[in-house]
Ligand binder design. Structure first.
Ligand code: DGL
Length: 245
């Protein structure tokens, strides 16, 4: 796949604090071939999940000011933490449509039983997550993970030796919700440990992004081009090339 962006198709931009959003990019590249993609990250400030809301918003605005200059057809906040803290502010500030990611609590509730939700500290304390829990989280056990995203970001090239202890909460659960896009990189370890379905919400978000970008009806035979700007773009590109098959 050609990884250079040449501006030939409508552009969709994805933003995350670091590598987590690459998991959404992977799904989007397969589901929305009508677009080219640009990945914007802020790896040097990871984790956002331990920052105060005002600081998360400031960093997200800085990233979206860059995205706005690219004149995208749509953008996605590929980060539960930023979505939880400021998706409404981002939508109010920019004229292009913006999709967000939220923990797949409803999917877990629909499956039934007591379920575990792993999130960053900021997400767990955000009003939007509390409202989601109020609606669908009667049987949810929420576990804040203050160092898991940073641990994954740091150990991404040696994950086979990385033990995600924070994710291994004692208890009987019928499913586990990954409420941070970074956690998707250890989804297999979590699934093996609990032996239950693990939800990450990526497919639903990609579908929503395709809808709001207004280009699902375009015809194309070619692969999307993908560019990486901002943050540690060499790292992001390398990881994306590894996970994209
Ligand atoms: N990947 C981000 C999320 O989905 C957060 C990681 C961080 O704490 O920066 O919440």
């Amino acid at each position: 796949m050609d990884m250079q962006f040449n501006g030939a198709k409508p552009l969709i931009a994805l933003f995350d604090s670091g590598i987590g959003g690459l998991n959404l990019l992977k799904v989007c590249v397969k589901k929305i071939p009508q677009a080219d993609f640009c990945y914007v990250a802020d790896n040097f400030n990871v984790p956002y999940g331990n920052l105060p809301a005002g600081e998360i918003k400031r960093l997200a605005f800085a990233a979206f000011d860059k995205i706005a200059k690219l004149n995208p057809a749509a953008a996605a906040v590929a980060c539960n933490t930023v979505t939880a803290e400021c998706i409404k502010d981002l939508r109010a500030r920019y004229s292009f449509p913006i999709a967000g990611v939220q923990p797949a609590v409803k999917q877990a509730a629909d499956l039934g039983g007591r379920f575990l939700v792993l999130t960053t500290v900021a997400t767990a304390h955000s009003p939007s997550f509390k409202s989601l829990l109020y609606r669908y989280g009667k049987n949810a056990v929420v576990k804040e993970c203050p160092s898991l995203a940073a641990g994954i970001e740091k150990n991404i090239f040696d994950l086979q030796n990385f033990f995600p202890a924070e994710a291994f909460v004692k208890g009987e659960f019928s499913s586990v919700v990954l409420g941070c896009t970074h956690y998707i990189f250890v989804a297999d370890k979590i699934k093996n440990y609990y032996g239950v379905p693990v939800f990450d919400g990526m497919v639903g978000t990609a579908d929503h992004l395709g809808e709001i970008s207004g280009i699902f009806d375009h015809q194309t035979n070619s692969h999307p081009n993908v560019s990486f700007i901002s943050g540690d773009f060499d790292k992001n590109r390398t990881i994306f090339e590894n996970i994209y098959q």
